[in-house]
Design a protein around this ligand. Structure first.
Ligand code: AMP
Length: 331
């Protein structure tokens, strides 16, 4: 079976975008791949975060993975910082990446334009991510379109490493879900729904209660065209159609057919109810799991122990290839 690797960073509360663009697909994919899912906590340090908030987010994300149906018996589910090999391989990746190619990453450029002050860590984020993927001999990396450029740079660096030092890394490929690859904000449907959002009404959080979800969808921005159709000139309605179709596992065309002749109120309320049906039980389970941190920590350890074994083997191979001397008795 092919190996699959994917992760989310605990920089904020998980959103419906993370769920539809990532976690929902992971649950299905774990049946067909040897899957590895990580809470990418080292990535969260690339932005300045309150430590208590970060710690809480890490527990919540891990609980969300379990609540959403990721199965620790079938897949490896762990926290990135528990496997120190990630930080080690990131350094090697930094040394194999050109400054120019890293400078072209649009996510970094966007942050830089918005935040003015950015850390070197944020700049080096794609190289940490490349290491994450390569440590596990990954074949496929399911991501939303926003992350595709980072998978591309990972491939480029891995190919470069292999040609410089000899066959070492498996070259991974990124895969994007057909529907739900990019969920946009409800108030600003030209911008992706993101954890780092000031306007709460723009985002559905996986922990939102039913009434909040209904209210947010009711307020969702649409247009004055009064026709439920997908198109570039109608980003709000298109986004609602994408959400409705990816939750209900139908195509956009089928969703358009379903809503033919309906008004925007119906589109909003039916989409809200679909979302509630799907994420309501997950939200309740997250709450239950978060009440038992000891259990979460036990699951984290089981995952990290399995991940570390694979990661160490890859890293030792890499160290040898680049010319480092392995410590005697290193494991
Ligand atoms: P991040 O929020 O950067 O930790 O992303 C974790 C995963 O969720 C990645 O695979 C992203 O591509 C995916 N993702 C994040 N936001 C969205 C969104 N608005 N629509 C679809 N996928 C998303």
């Amino acid at each position: 079976m092919d190996i699959l690797y994917s992760a989310t960073k605990p920089t904020g509360k998980l959103t419906l975008g993370n769920y539809l663009g990532a976690i929902k697909n992971w649950k299905e994919m774990q049946e067909n791949y040897n899957s590895i899912f990580a809470v990418a906590d080292l990535h969260a340090l690339t932005i300045n975060m309150d430590s208590e908030e970060l710690r809480e987010n890490i527990y919540t994300q891990f609980a969300t993975f379990l609540a959403a149906g990721l199965d620790p018996e079938k897949s490896i589910i762990y926290c990135q910082s528990h496997v120190k090999e990630h930080a080690e391989l990131a350094w090697i990746m930094n040394c194999c990446t050109y400054f120019g190619e890293a400078s072209r990453m649009t996510q970094f450029k966007d942050h830089k334009a918005k935040d003015k002050v950015v850390s070197v860590g944020l700049f080096a984020y794609p190289m940490l991510m490349a290491g994450d993927i390569l440590l596990y001999n990954t074949n496929v990396v399911p991501v939303g379109v926003d992350q595709m450029q980072h998978v591309e740079i990972c491939r480029d660096v891995a190919i470069r490493f292999n040609s410089r030092y000899g066959e070492t890394f498996v070259i991974p490929r990124g895969i994007v879900p057909k529907v739900g690859a990019k969920i946009m904000g409800l108030q600003n449907p030209t911008k992706k729904m993101a954890k780092s959002e000031d306007n709460e009404n723009n985002v559905i959080y996986l922990e939102d209660d039913d009434d909040t979800i209904r209210k947010k969808f009711k307020r969702a921005v649409t247009d004055s065209l009064n026709e439920i159709k997908y198109g570039d000139d109608r980003p709000g309605v298109s986004n609602l159609l994408v959400i409705y179709s990816s939750i209900n596992k139908i195509s956009i065309e089928e969703a358009e057919k379903h809503f033919k002749g309906s008004n925007y109120g119906t589109l909003k309320s039916e989409t809200a109810e679909s979302v509630i049906r799907e994420i309501g039980p997950i939200r309740d389970k997250i709450k239950e799991l978060k009440g038992n941190k000891e259990y979460i920590e036990k699951m984290m350890k089981i995952g990290a122990d399995k991940a570390r074994k694979i990661a160490r083997e890859t890293l030792d191979k890499v160290y040898k290839k680049v010319g480092l001397v392995l410590q005697a008795n290193s494991n």
